[in-house]
Write a protein that binds this ligand. Structure first.
Ligand code: DGJ
Length: 720
């Protein structure tokens, strides 16, 4: 899969789907620079791309530097495009030259120290190429690591930066990956805000730098650490696309720079705006990992590659491949206003409907009856729950439900015993105010003592009762971020040190409780990224659970993330976020596209709605293996108006889900053609037999009920 041609100085990473060609090209003084000569569909001979780069040889070296596809571009060398790395010496001089030193090819994929990353279970699943570059003057080294997965069009890229010199360096930029493609590309990204996360935006080619980023201390609601370069004619089903996702949950920058010479450079990694890192002699810094997926079958092909990798080789643990339990969460049913009796009433109705897990949300600890206190005081409130968590969990278990619990472990309320005891434990900048958001401050997760406190505080609660699920929330972003322990000009390290500390905590807690299902959350989907999914295999997709809004949110999220990662719940009407009234049927039909659950007062539903809920629960149990682990295909986009549709398929069934938001008078009959249906004969919902080919060629008629907010889910069971 990975070969090196010493004569032509070419590395070729190739499988059946994709080729990446790296070239060691001598500069004017004969030192070798590393170039990304090609990325795209699998090549036979990697040397075919060399003339495409060298055709500018007529140009002077000066102008050539502006076009060469450097794999690890630095500052101060006349490249002028966004760089991947910037290292300052003691005088603040930023000019560095990275030349080839050595390479190594190994089978499998090494782990990234302290960071989430994709992995293999068998060394035959992947091969890894490591190329070391070095700057002779400062001693800066960059070890670029490229892992090609054997069965997928995906390459994982990261860089280990080091200081082999005698003086300290400061990294002002330490990116993860840089790729240069020939041609112009649409830039597709996912943007939004609280309750409207991950809308798809497609920006036409432009001779400029288009970028998305976060400087919030979390990947954020606003931009996702994921972007696509797509050929302007690429659709969901046709054309070339390059998807790039960071396996990281903090500040990031993804930039696509198009120059006047017909090339587009994509760089991604830590956000230089909020990042600095002191590299003492002998020190090293590992960049987060970037996942690069190639597709010549449109956006669906790219998404399916990322889904496979993230679902099976980023997510880990007991729950990775298991069907996820149907849950009821009390947040929108009660908010902070609950007691044991109210909870048990909802739990009894849930048990009666066949639901499998009860999740007790915010408000169970300290004196927390609203959001202005008690974060950090993780002791049960016995006024609300006289039997404690253990008593409640046992009562809920007795109904046949598992018990789950909400935490927000990274936070502290100023009105808490924890803050009174340790006012120095929160992020703060000396001499500045400590601004709260939602009345809370952020614990300084860069500190070992704070990390150890959080590990023990959460673990103690998990040991105290039979808790089978944890919702790990995080409800505010950084302001005045600094750490009391960072001295010597190192405050610029806080964002990344926070993430490293958080990852250490998540590793410790999830490893200590391997059977607990962890779901991450950040005011809904404010930290929905592959980094969090490494520790917790599912994320609460959005606080907006309105069925119509969720079509856009889940569709956009699916560009990168598998449905097994998305929490999707049926909530009350009028919807608490937008006031819309949709049918129970449509709410269920939208939520079954993720990890299904309810977020309403089940003890206050009409008999008709309860009957529909029982039907939904039975249906989800029957098909969730396919909806959570099968192949997901987007058919029609909610961003185009009209009907939204998507499809799930595995060896046993195909499920078509279609949604019509607003009805129109005198409309043409609606139908849709399925895609990539596995060969065979299927039983249609009406009992008739239908072939895979006919489902794809002729399509199926969509039988929407009359009126607005209509949905139609059709299950085609494969005949054996
Ligand atoms: C934000 C989450 O997204 C909600 O689901 C809920 O858990 C609240 N926090 C609780 O404070």
């Amino acid at each position: 899969m990975i070969s090196f041609d010493p004569a032509r100085r070419l590395f070729h990473l190739r499988n059946d789907h994709v080729s990446l060609v790296l070239w060691l090209r001598p500069d004017e003084a004969g030192a070798e620079e590393l170039l990304t000569a090609y990325l795209g569909a699998a090549l036979n001979d990697p040397a075919v791309c060399l003339p495409l780069i060298s055709q500018r040889e007529g140009a002077s070296f000066d102008s050539l530097r502006q076009v060469l596809p450097y794999a690890c571009p630095t500052e101060g060398r006349g490249d002028f495009r966004p760089a991947l790395v910037c290292a300052e010496d003691g005088q603040g001089q930023r000019c560095t030259e990275l030349f080839y030193e050595s390479y190594e090819i190994t089978s499998g994929k090494p782990a990234l120290e302290g960071l989430p990353a994709s992995y293999v279970e068998d060394p035959a699943e992947a091969e890894t190429l490591e190329i070391t570059l070095r700057d002779g003057l400062t001693g800066l080294t960059a070890r670029l690591r490229y892992t090609l997965f054997a069965a997928l069009p995906v390459i994982a890229v990261s860089v280990l930066y080091g200081n082999s010199g005698g003086e300290a360096l400061t990294l002002a930029n330490a990116g993860s990956a840089c790729l240069t493609l020939r041609g112009r590309y649409d830039f597709i990204h996912l943007h939004g805000a609280w309750a409207k996360e991950r809308s798809v935006e497609r920006v036409a080619p432009a001779a400029m730098t288009r970028c998305v980023s976060s400087s919030r201390g979390a990947s954020g609601h606003e931009h996702n650490p994921f972007a696509v370069l797509a050929a302007p004619d690429a659709t969901e089903f046709f054309g070339e696309c390059f998807g790039a996702a960071l396996v990281y949950s903090g500040d990031f920058l993804i930039a696509a720079d198009e120059n006047a010479f017909g090339t587009t450079r994509l760089t991604l990694g830590l956000n230089p705006r909020t990042f600095r890192w002191r590299l003492a002699p002998g020190d090293s810094l590992q960049s987060p990992e970037a996942l690069i997926a190639y597709s010549d079958k449109g956006l669906n092909g790219m998404s399916q590659a990322l889904h496979s990798l993230i679902r099976r080789r980023v997510c880990r643990g007991y729950w990775r491949d298991r069907e996820r339990p149907i849950l009821i969460n009390n947040w929108e049913a009660t908010y902070f206003n609950f007691d044991q009796e109210k909870i048990m009433k909802i739990a009894r109705a849930a048990a009666d409907a066949g639901i499998e897990l009860f999740v007790l949300d915010d408000g169970w600890f300290g004196k927390r009856n609203n959001d202005d206190c008690s974060l950090g005081d993780w002791a049960v409130n016995r006024e609300k729950l006289p039997g404690g968590l253990e008593g409640l969990a046992k009562d809920i278990n007795a109904l046949g439900l598992k018990f789950g619990l909400w935490f927000e472990p990274e936070m502290v309320s100023p009105d808490s015993d924890l803050y009174r005891a340790h006012p120095d434990w929160c992020l703060h900048a000396e001499g500045r105010r400590r601004s709260t958001a939602r009345h809370q401050l952020i614990l300084d997760m860069s500190r070992r003592d704070v990390q150890d406190y959080v590990i023990e505080a959460v673990s103690a609660v998990l040991r105290s009762a039979p808790i089978g699920y944890v919702k790990w929330d995080m409800n505010r972003n950084f302001k005045e971020a600094g750490s009391e322990l960072l001295s010597d000009g190192r405050q610029g390290e806080i964002g990344h040190r926070y993430m490293l500390g958080l990852y250490r905590v998540l590793e410790a807690v999830t490893a200590a409780f391997p059977r607990v299902l962890f779901e991450s959350c950040s005011g809904g989907g404010g930290r929905f990224d592959a980094g969090m999914l490494y520790y917790m295999p599912q994320t609460w997709t959005s606080d907006d659970s309105d069925a119509v809004e969720r079509l856009r949110i889940q569709y956009g999220t699916s560009l990168c993330y598998p449905t097994s990662a998305m929490g999707a719940h049926v909530s009350a009407v009028p919807n608490h976020q937008v006031g819309r009234i949709t049918s129970m049927r449509m709410r269920g039909d939208v939520a079954l596209g993720g990890n299904f659950g309810y977020e309403l007062d089940l003890s206050a539903q009409t008999p008709e709605d309860m009957e529909e809920i029982r039907r939904q629960v039975r249906q989800v149990k029957a098909i969730r293996r396919t909806t959570q682990q099968g192949t997901f295909t987007r058919l029609q986009s909610p961003f185009d108006g009209g009907i939204t549709a998507w499809q799930f398929a595995d060896g046993s069934r195909v499920i078509l889900c279609a949604y019509r938001v607003l009805n129109r008078p005198n409309a043409a009959p609606a139908s849709i053609r399925l895609q990539n249906v596995p060969d065979g004969l299927y039983t249609a919902p009406d009992g008739n037999a239908v072939t895979a080919g006919d489902l794809m060629r002729a399509g199926v008629a969509l039988a929407f009920p009359r009126g607005d907010f209509a949905s139609c889910v059709m299950v085609f069971e494969k005949r054996q």
